[in-house]
Design a protein around this ligand. Sequence first.
Ligand SMILES: Cc1cc2nc3c(=O)[nH]c(=O)nc-3n(C[C@H](O)[C@H](O)[C@H](O)COP(=O)(O)OP(=O)(O)OC[C@H]3O[C@@H](n4cnc5c(N)ncnc54)[C@H](O)[C@@H]3O)c2cc1C
Length: 421
Amino acid sequence: MSGQVEGRPGIIVAGAGIVGLCVAWHLARGGAQVTVLDGEAPGSGASAGNAGAISAGSVAPLAMPGVLRQVPGMLLDRDGALHVPARYWPRAAPWLLRFVASARPARVAAIAEALSGLLFGAMERHREILAEEGALDLIRETGQLYLYRDRAHYAKDAGGWALRQQHGMRLEFLEGAEAIRALEPDMQGDYQLGLFVPEQGSCVNPLRLAQVVARGVERLGGTIRQEAVRALTTEAGRVTGVATASGVLPADQVVLAAGAWSARLLQPLGIQVPLETQRGYHVMLPDAGISLQRPVVPADRKAFISPMEGGLRIAGTVEFGGLEAPPTPRRAELLLEDLRRAFPQARTGGAEGFWMGHRPCLPDSLPVIGPVARWPGLWCAFGHGHLGLTGSAPTGAVLARAMLGPQPNLDLAPFAVERFG
Ligand SMILES: Cc1cc2nc3c(=O)[nH]c(=O)nc-3n(C[C@H](O)[C@H](O)[C@H](O)COP(=O)(O)OP(=O)(O)OC[C@H]3O[C@@H](n4cnc5c(N)ncnc54)[C@H](O)[C@@H]3O)c2cc1C
């Protein structure tokens, strides 16, 4: 099935989230024989329920200088933007130590430089796929709007915005609630400073996006199979395929793109990756009674309020807790509080339950993209954290070039799995 077909390289992509699908799309378009394997339907993981923000140029890592001061709040404030419950402290501790270590100014500058190369062209990379699939209606190019109470409130994020500006992000400051309402007339909260990012965009239905890209993979001759990968198979020091419930599937190359589940598949090969799920939530309001032109983000807890095809989606919050623990309904309720702060008139009665998904997060906010030096035949594309929708299309483009040629115009060294030792 995925072995060499008519001289074309046979490649298996493990994981049909938006990252794996964009990689598969570019590989298929580049002439490879691609099979995507996932135990679930395409786009069922984090890729289905995200906030839809395509945050091109969002190069500031999560751990910025001074992050250490925020750690006590993460551990103790159960309603904070990022919460680590006490039962999870022992498991989270090594990750948090690496997270804090990555906030050194020199390291932050290097991370931003690497992310800049990956993320600045994100809108173009998404457009490239969707234009070919006849689905440009899935993205809007109306920017994103961040809301701050005043300049003092803004000060907590000023370093991150300055870093993005240094890398070329265009920002417009909106002084006063009236200036904010000129862009979003329904904003009625107590926010006096808006930050408009005109060159960012959004997706109005992330699940449909994944489905469109999956159909595109098939249109280009690839195969999508609903079957989980149980293990990567190896022979004579290289990865030779995958094992599934129905047997061993050989491949010339394997791309590991299983989101927050990726580290489990690497472990048997002796590769330890500090991949942690940052659980996020969303609530959908089919009839909120307000109209938005773009994602609006009250900066208190940074919930994204995104207009989508199915209504208004309020998405965000970060909770540690692992892949198996049940969701925490309180985290989803916080999202409605965030909505009411900016849009007190919004109707929240019709909320359709809530959704939880697993952001695949590495402590330095850089995804793993590229070959695994110790295991020829194995490539990685996971760990995109809070920016996996944004980074999916660029990752697909760059990884396909690294695998099929010509040489990518992005240095993949900062994204190497080997950086974790
Ligand atoms: C609440 C929330 C809001 C977000 N908002 C945004 C946003 O606005 N903008 C943005 O850019 N990003 C956002 N993100 C992050 C983004 O959604 C993720 O980074 C991205 O979806 C990750 O894509 P992925 O393909 O790596 O992982 P996933 O979408 O999780 O896909 C991984 C896939 O691998 C499969 N899999 C697991 N194990 C195996 C196996 N053994 N074999 C085969 N397949 C396997 C899973 O079934 C799954 O389908 C948000 C995330 C959350 C949770």
